[in-house]
Design a protein around this ligand. Structure first.
Ligand code: ARG
Length: 122
């Protein structure tokens, strides 16, 4: 619970940091760092709660069990809602639709109709 998180002073977030641009790792001066927009989100959550962030990196398939057994406080790992998952955990409201687009100039409308039209033209 939120109260428990505040009491212990840490927010333990489970993620599988192998999923750019959501969460992944980089090596900076020999140090492994977690990066990605969900890492930023986790940092902000911890900041808002006034607690320290602890990221537990694990296999994606281990996340649900880790949450159910209390090893982590929450999962932030690009996990989509499914009926199966909903049986064991609660999902927040959606914060990212997962729909991404790239845009082209209207003048090029007739040149590019499908992805393969870009071959050799860019
Ligand atoms: N979106 C897919 C799912 O919910 C895959 C997510 C994988 N995430 C990860 N951090 N590896 O099943």
């Amino acid at each position: 619970s939120l109260q428990k998180i505040k009491q212990k002073g840490t927010l333990v977030v489970g993620m599988s940091a192998d999923y750019p641009p959501y969460e992944f790792t980089t090596n900076k001066n020999g140090k492994t760092e977690y990066v990605g927009f969900e890492v930023d989100l986790a940092k902000q959550f911890a900041k808002d709660l006034g607690v320290k962030l602890v990221i537990k990196n694990m296999d994606f398939d281990s996340l649900l069990v880790a949450l159910e057994t209390g090893k982590i406080d929450t999962i932030i790992s690009g996990m989509n809602v499914t009926n199966e998952r909903k049986k064991s955990v609660d999902f927040s409201n959606t914060y990212y639709s997962g729909n991404s687009y790239f845009l082209i100039n209207k003048a090029d409308h007739d040149r590019f109709k499908k992805a393969t039209d870009f071959k050799g033209k860019t």
